[in-house]
Structures are given as structure tokens and as C-alpha cells.
Design a protein around this ligand. Structure first.
Ligand code: ATP
Ligand code: MG
Length: 337
């Protein structure tokens, strides 16, 4: 039986761009699917097709047991959506925005008011409740938008980058809200660029690139597929990074990742502590002073990098300076298959 969210061969083109190129998804009821992928991979397009905001060119989608293409109105009644860009009415206050959503879902006025009070409290917006939302900060708008998606408790929720722009405390709190929702039986599809978030919340992860699902599994399965441990070195002198990369390449089982601004180099290895000792000796022989070195297990970031040839792009962490020593994006994708 298909899950609470099911898609088969979804295709959506915009002119020459194949935003979705045959996406298949299956999310069992009461679980969280994390949809990961670089910018432009097709995540938002997939969410928009599944939530009836866009009509796919071809393919099939069933949400909460309802055919998305044949009965879009029924689907809308069974889902909640928090989009990538907060969709609140600027001129209404936070409280009015939430009450309005309740009324759209045909709640009685008293119930809608009570629900608004609850959500304002839960999302730390009580103090700002009666100000027009155009005076809210970015993080406050995001929280209001998420609150709006939770006014009614639909069986299936979609959240497109729910915590982008939230500070660490608000992010952690939202994770708790999401966990509570899911423990109450809600099925959730969530896109994120914070791989830690996917690690923390998602039962299953689908990595999307160029409109296709290129890998799927639990976080542990994906990490195991990415294989082995990593040696991570922080060199003392920026000028030594090139030589250090050469040394690591001699020991590595894959491409070396170079992070210029932190002077950190990472390479996948097999061989554990013994190999680590050899790396340290070789760096010493070559006169490279190191600030830190260690062996670590692959993270979801490593998975993402090895599958897509990109580091995850987040707005806040100057990742644009990061680069892989070997830029063979297609080669790596081939290798990942
Ligand atoms: N309305 C549109 N018109 C034209 N092209 C579009 C439209 N919407 C999306 N695209 C294109 O489709 C591709 C997928 O976009 P989408 O927004 O789904 O990516 P995404 O994975 O959500 O990226 P991001 O991480 O940046 O949010 C991109 O190449 C984008 O430019
Ligand atoms: Mg998007």
C-alpha cells in the first residue's frame, strides 16, 4: 500500500529546465522524509506539485490517500504547508493572521481565537501578537508562518526549509514541535539545507539532484554507503595547504575536501589509527605544522558532498569558499551509483 505521500515519475518542466525529471517518493504514514539537494535541485517544485500549487506535466501523486491531480481540493483539506518564503499577510497582526487561517479551515471563531493564543505562546510571539507582521523580523515571520501551518492538525504536512533563518534556540524548539507532531501520527515531508536537521528529524532521506532522486535511505545507511572514516587536518599556515593536500591525496580513498577559510582538509580513508599515525609522520617530514588532526566517521555533509559534488549551501555559513580539490561532479555521481 502506498504511504501517506506517494509520487511516481513526477515530471515538471519550465521551458528548457526539467525541474523534476521523474521523481519517485513514498513516505509511510507517521514518518518524516527529509528531502535534501543543492540549490535548484527541484525540492520546492516537488513540494509545490504534491501540495497542488503546481500541476506536474506527467506522473502520479497521492497524498493522504487522495489523488493529487484528480482531487486537488480534497488534498488541500488534508494537508498543511509551510513554504520556503513565509506567506503571511503583512498588514494583519500575528494574531489576526492565525485567526484568519482558522476561519479559512472553517473553525468557529472562538476556537480559532483560542488556537491562535496557543500557537502565539508556543512560537514565542505573544509579545508581538498585536503588531502588524510587517514590523516582524525575518525569524519572527518564519515562526508565524510555521504556526499558521499548524492551526489545524492535518494528517500530512509539508515544510519547505522550515528553519532557514531561525536562530539556534528557535531551531531546536521547532525540532521539538515537529517531533511532537510526528509522535501524534502526522506524516511530514521536509526539505532542508541543514543536514544536522535531517539527521535529527528524518526517518528517511531522499537526496535530489537535477530533478531526480539520486539516493535514498536512513541517515545511517547513507553514511555507510559513503564509506569509511575521514582524516581531518587543520594546518597552521595557509601556505601549507597545497602540500598538505598532496600528502592526504597519497593516503586517501577519494577526493580531498579543502576548506580555505578554516585551513581544514578532509579525506576519506581506510586504515584507522595506524594510518593516522602515518599521515602525521608524513606531514612532519614535509615540515607542515598542524593545529589539529583527527579521525572521524562520515557525516551527512560528507554524504551530500560525495553524492552531489556540492557542500550543502546555507545562507549563514560562508560555504561559498569551500571547494573540493577534485571538482569531478559527474564522476562522483557515477561513483556513488
Ligand atoms: N516558476 C518557475 N519558472 C521557471 N523556472 C523555475 C520555476 N520554478 C523553479 N524553476 C527552476 O526549476 C529548478 C528547480 O527549482 P526549485 O525551486 O524546485 O529548486 P530547490 O531545490 O527548491 O532549490 P533551493 O534549494 O534553492 O530552494 C531551478 O532550475 C529553477 O530555476
Ligand atoms: Mg527551494
Amino acid at each position: 500500500m502506498p504511504g501517506a505521500i506517494y509520487a511516481e515519475g513526477l515530471v515538471k518542466t519550465f521551458g528548457d529546465v526539467r525541474a523534476l525529471d521523474g521523481v519517485d517518493l513514498d513516505v509511510p504514514e507517521g514518518t518524516v522524509l527529509g528531502l535534501l539537494g543543492p540549490n535548484g535541485a527541484g525540492k520546492t517544485t516537488a513540494v509545490r506539485c504534491l501540495t497542488t500549487l503546481l500541476r506536474p506535466d506527467s506522473g502520479k501523486a497521492v497524498v493522504a490517500g487522495i489523488d493529487v491531480l484528480k482531487q486537488p481540493n480534497d488534498v488541500r483539506r488534508s494537508i498543511g504547508l509551510s513554504g520556503q518564503f513565509a506567506a503571511v499577510d503583512e498588514y494583519l497582526t500575528g494574531r489576526e493572521n492565525l485567526q484568519m487561517v482558522g476561519q479559512l479551515y472553517q473553525m468557529r471563531s472562538k476556537a480559532a481565537k483560542a488556537r491562535a493564543v496557543e500557537l502565539l505562546e508556543q512560537f514565542h510571539l505573544t509579545d508581538a501578537a498585536d503588531r502588524p507582521t510587517k514590523t516582524y523580523s525575518g525569524g519572527m515571520r518564519r515562526r508565524l508562518d510555521l504556526a499558521a501551518a499548524l492551526v489545524v492538525s492535518p494528517p500530512v504536512m509539508f515544510m519547505d526549509e522550515p528553519t532557514t533563518g531561525l536562530d539556534p534556540r528557535n531551531r531546536q524548539e521547532l525540532w521539538e514541535v515537529i517531533k511532537q507532531l510526528v509522535s501524534g501520527g502526522t506524516t511530514l515531508l521536509l526539505t532542508t539545507q541543514y543536514l544536522e536537521e535531517a539527521d535529527h528529524l528524518a526517518h528517511d532521506i531522499a537526496v535530489v539532484d537535477h530533478g531526480r532522486v539520486i539516493a535514498r535511505g536512513t541517515s545511517d545507511q547513507l553514511k555507510a554507503r559513503t564509506g569509511g572514516e575521514r582524516v581531518e587536518v587543520v594546518v597552521h599556515e595557509r601556505d601549507h595547504m597545497g602540500t598538505a593536500a598532496e600528502v592526504l591525496a597519497g593516503f586517501g580513498k577519494g577526493s580531498t575536501t579543502v576548506e580555505e577559510h578554516t585551513r581544514k582538509l578532509t579525506v576519506p580513508v581506510t586504515g584507522g589509527a595506524k594510518l593516522l599515525a602515518e599521515v602525521i609522520r608524513e606531514l612532519d617530514v614535509r615540515g607542515i605544522e598542524i593545529d589539529d588532526i583527527g579521525l572521524r566517521r562520515p557525516t551527512l555533509d560528507d554524504v551530500f558532498l560525495s553524492l552531489t559534488g556540492h557542500v550543502a549551501e546555507t545562507a549563514t555559513e560562508g560555504d561559498e569558499q569551500d571547494q573540493t580539490a577534485d571538482a569531478g561532479r559527474t564522476d562522483k555521481k557515477e561513483a556513488a551509483k
